[in-house]
Design a protein around this ligand. Sequence first.
Ligand SMILES: Cc1cc2nc3c(=O)[nH]c(=O)nc-3n(C[C@H](O)[C@H](O)[C@H](O)COP(=O)(O)O)c2cc1C
Length: 219
Amino acid sequence: MPCLYVQVTDPSEQMAPSTGSASRHERLREELIRSIRHSPLATIVTDAIAANAIIAVNDAFERLSGYEASEVIGRNCRMLSGAETCPASRAILRQAVDAGRPAFVTLVNYRKDGQPFQNAVMIAPVYDDNGILAFFLGTQLIVDGETRNLAKANARLADLPPQQLRVLEEMARGRRHAEIAKKLGLSIKTVKMHRGALVKRLGVQTSTEAIRIAIEAGL
Ligand SMILES: Cc1cc2nc3c(=O)[nH]c(=O)nc-3n(C[C@H](O)[C@H](O)[C@H](O)COP(=O)(O)O)c2cc1C
């Protein structure tokens, strides 16, 4: 089973970003795909320009959903929903997608074999350097019942120094390093340093896992 399946995109099929920024867009895409590879948490990347078609999933997602990567690439994650999926939770995701905002919900989803499970889903937008909503990151976790654990997530964030917390908050809104640096009056190098430090301090392996904690905490 492949660790990661990456869709080879024909640029002519997409409403591609303007030529000048195309390679930066591509670099961002590759960076995101690389970043989810080794996460122990089920994680996917979707293309916000192409109706959030899945462009990459990691091993953990394949295990959680029962689908091989090649079976889900190009599809929308709503394929996991079904008869028992709460319409209100689904609407929260839809509104967040439409507004380019993060969201955290728990809802019933279905594995490939039809088995239902409670899925605590986090989605987070990723804006490109031009401020265009380019991708979404999504993480999925099987839970028992309703377990958005605000208190626990907040307790984890309480260990972060204020500057790292602010960087994480901006990351959770999908902002890139350059924009975070500008907004917080820091150098890009310092933002990257804070990002590395906060990932370590939270005891996670990837920025996406840190973002999930922030969004779960309602940051
Ligand atoms: C990155 C990302 C990950 C998502 N993951 C899930 C998921 O695991 N399960 C789910 O039911 N919906 C998930 N969604 C939400 C669906 O794609 C869709 O937005 C939702 O079903 C609401 O839209 P609809 O009512 O048009 O189906 C995800 C969305 C995004 C952008």
